[in-house]
Design a protein around this ligand. Structure first.
Ligand code: 5SP
Length: 224
C-alpha cells in the first residue's frame, strides 16, 4: 500500500445492506470508492455491535482496494492478529480503548498491517503527539462513535493541529462521521485526506441500482 495525500473516499459499510456485504463492497469499489471502511463495534467500547474478523475475511475477496478496519472495541490487543489474518490493510484502534496504545500500535505493525489511531471528539490532538513515528493514519472522529447517520461535530481545529504535528511524515488524516458534500470541504481544507462516509454514499442506491453510490461520491469530490 503506497502513500499519497490525494483525497480518498472510504465508504463505511455500516450503511450497506447487511445481507449483501460482498456485493456491496464490489459495488462501491466499481462506483469509485478509494478504500472500503469496516466499522467493528463490540457493544462495550461503543453502544452498538456490528461484526468481527470472520466477516472481514468473508468480504476480503470482494475488495480489490484497501480494507480499512476501524476497531471500536476494548480490549484491542487480543484481536489484532485475527483482523490482520482476515486481510485488513489498516487496523485502527482508539486511543481511549486502553492504557497501552503504544503497545497496541506496535502489535498492529508487528502483525503486518498499517497502524491507525482514532481520537474521539472529546480527546485532544496532544494525545497522539508521542505516537507520530508509530502510526500510518490518524482517524479524527467527527461524531461520537457507535452509529451512522449522526450530526457532524466540527473538529477542524484538531485536524489543523494534527496536520502541523505530522509535518512531512507519511501519515493519513482520516475523518469519520457526518461527512457529506457540506462538511467534506471543511475537513479537506483543514488537512484531511481520507473521508469516511456511510449514509452520504449509500443513500438512494442498492446492489441492483448502484449508480447513486457513484453520484453520491462524485458530489462529495465535486464539493471539495
Ligand atoms: O464509525 C462510525 C460511527 O461510529 C462511522 O464510520 C459512521 O459509520 C459514519 O457514518 P455516517 O456518519 O457517514 O453516516
Amino acid at each position: 500500500m503506497s502513500f499519497d495525500r490525494s483525497i480518498k473516499i472510504a465508504p463505511s459499510i455500516l450503511a450497506a445492506d447487511f445481507a449483501n456485504f460482498g456485493a456491496e463492497c464490489a459495488a462501491i469499489e466499481a462506483q469509485g470508492a478509494d478504500w472500503v471502511h469496516v466499522d467493528v463495534m463490540d457493544g462495550h467500547f461503543v453502544p452498538n455491535i456490528t461484526f468481527g474478523p470472520a466477516m472481514c475475511a468473508a468480504i476480503r475477496p470482494h475488495i480489490k482496494t484497501v480494507m480499512d478496519v476501524h476497531l471500536m472495541i476494548a480490549p484491542v490487543d487480543p484481536y489484532i492478529d485475527a483482523f490482520a489474518e482476515a486481510g485488513a490493510d489498516i487496523i485502527t484502534a482508539h486511543v481511549e480503548a486502553g492504557p497501552h496504545i503504544h503497545r497496541t500500535l506496535q502489535a498492529i505493525r508487528g502483525a503486518g498491517a498499517k497502524a491507525g489511531v482514532a481520537l474521539n471528539p472529546g480527546t485532544p490532538a496532544a494525545a497522539v503527539e508521542d505516537l507520530m513515528d508509530m502510526v500510518d493514519l490518524i482517524c479524527v472522529m467527527t461524531v461520537n462513535p457507535g452509529f451512522g447517520g449522526q450530526k457532524f461535530i466540527d473538529m477542524t481545529a484538531k485536524i489543523r493541529a494534527l496536520r502541523a504535528m505530522i509535518g512531512d511524515r507519511p501519515i493519513h488524516i482520516e475523518i469519520d462521521g457526518g461527512v457529506d458534500p457540506t462538511t467534506a470541504p471543511l475537513v479537506a481544507a483543514a488537512g484531511a485526506d481520507v473521508l469516511v462516509a456511510g449514509s452520504a454514499v449509500f443513500r438512494g442506491g442498492s446492489v441492483s441500482d448502484p449508480a447513486p453510490y457513484g453520484a453520491n461520491m462524485r458530489a462529495i469530490r465535486d464539493a471539495i
